[in-house]
Write a protein that binds this ligand. Structure first.
Ligand code: ADP
Ligand code: MG
Length: 314
């Protein structure tokens, strides 16, 4: 393509909310054979919400939620935000599902007095968090985090977790003083266009893969809704780039679509990195494309634009 054609295509992209960082990235997109999608915030809406609260001890629900929220208030993770939000509603309104007036809402959302003091907060990306509350340690995270810390997960609790996960929910385990005291179920709905885009890509000869730090069962359930068969779950942040490389081995052109800090090594490793516009700055910086409308259909727009700009021109 002529420099003018590249310039025109870049302009067409920009007008449609697809920012392309340079002619090389534009050219590479026509050859994409695999698109690796991150799950949380990319295929899903990043509107994690608590669906289930199960307490296994004598502790009452309110006490349990306040304890968990106090620890999670230190974290920026979408799951942490969902838990704090739910606990706040429970604390102020007893019923988390009650519809509140905007006035009520603003009165409580800035109030943090109900949270307990925490110390020694520590986050392990891809696993969870820990902190001290009342001189006892609280752990909030996935199975592998709790098992690593020596917390026992009974068969009954394991069964409960499996039930959540088979329904596309993520089960967050809570241990206090090394005793498993409860589980919080979190759901994050799929983006409405996800399945259509996966099908559209397939028709263009492009295969879709999902990669996530979440557990296998939840990952499979979410991928199934999106029509994705190939899933890589329980992948630590550094491992996402390895997944990209494994698809590049035979010389295939691989795209990565992601939104998080933990996606940035994979976005950089991919032949074409595409960041969700609403994603973190680090992801946007690592990517070749920014999808400003946060709409997955723009993955197709990007490939189309490249094919139309380069295909017929020699
Ligand atoms: P993804 O790759 O889907 O964006 P992450 O790598 O951010 O997911 O996290 C993987 C898993 O680690 C989550 O599904 C959750 O179980 C656990 N986790 C991470 N951070 C937290 C947190 N702040 N609180 C509870 N669980 C967490
Ligand atoms: Mg994500």
């Amino acid at each position: 393509a002529t420099p003018t054609a590249v310039m025109v295509a870049t302009g067409v992209g920009a007008n449609n909310g697809v920012l392309i960082k340079g002619g090389d990235a534009l050219e590479r997109a026509q050859k994409i054979r695999y698109v690796i999608f991150d799950k949380t915030g990319t295929l899903t809406q990043n509107r994690a919400a608590v669906t289930t609260v199960k307490v296994f001890t004598e502790m009452d629900r309110g006490e349990f939620l306040t304890l968990v929220a106090s620890a999670e208030a230190n974290s920026e993770h979408p799951i942490a935000k969902a838990i704090v939000e739910y606990a706040r509603h429970f604390h102020f309104f007893e019923d988390p599902n009650v519809i509140k007036s905007p006035k009520n809402e603003s009165n409580t959302s800035t109030n943090t007095e109900w949270l307990l003091d925490t110390s020694d907060f520590c986050a392990t990306p891809g696993k969870g968090i820990e902190a001290d509350i009342n001189q006892k340690q609280i752990l909030v995270g996935n199975r592998s985090m709790l098992v690593e810390k020596g917390v026992n997960i009974s068969t009954d609790i394991e069964k409960f977790l499996v039930g959540l996960e088979e329904n596309a929910k993520t089960g967050i385990l809570v241990a206090y003083d090394y005793e498993l005291i409860g589980v919080v179920g979190v759901a994050d709905p799929l983006k409405r266009e996800a399945a259509i885009v996966v099908e559209g890509l397939f028709k263009m000869g492009v295969r879709s893969i999902m990669v996530t730090g979440d557990n296998w069962r939840t990952a499979k359930a979410v991928a199934n809704e999106a029509g994705i068969q190939d899933v890589r779950a329980e992948v630590m942040p550094a491992g996402k780039a390895d997944v990209i490389r494994s698809f590049q081995k035979d010389g295939s052109t691989v795209a990565m679509v992601g939104d998080g800090i933990n996606d940035s090594p994979a976005l950089a490793a991919a032949d074409v990195g595409m960041a969700i516009g609403a994603g973190t700055d680090i992801a946007i910086e690592a990517a070749d494309y920014v999808l400003m409308k946060n709409n997955l259909e723009d993955v197709i727009t990007a490939i189309d634009l490249s094919r139309k700009t380069f295909a017929r021109i020699r």
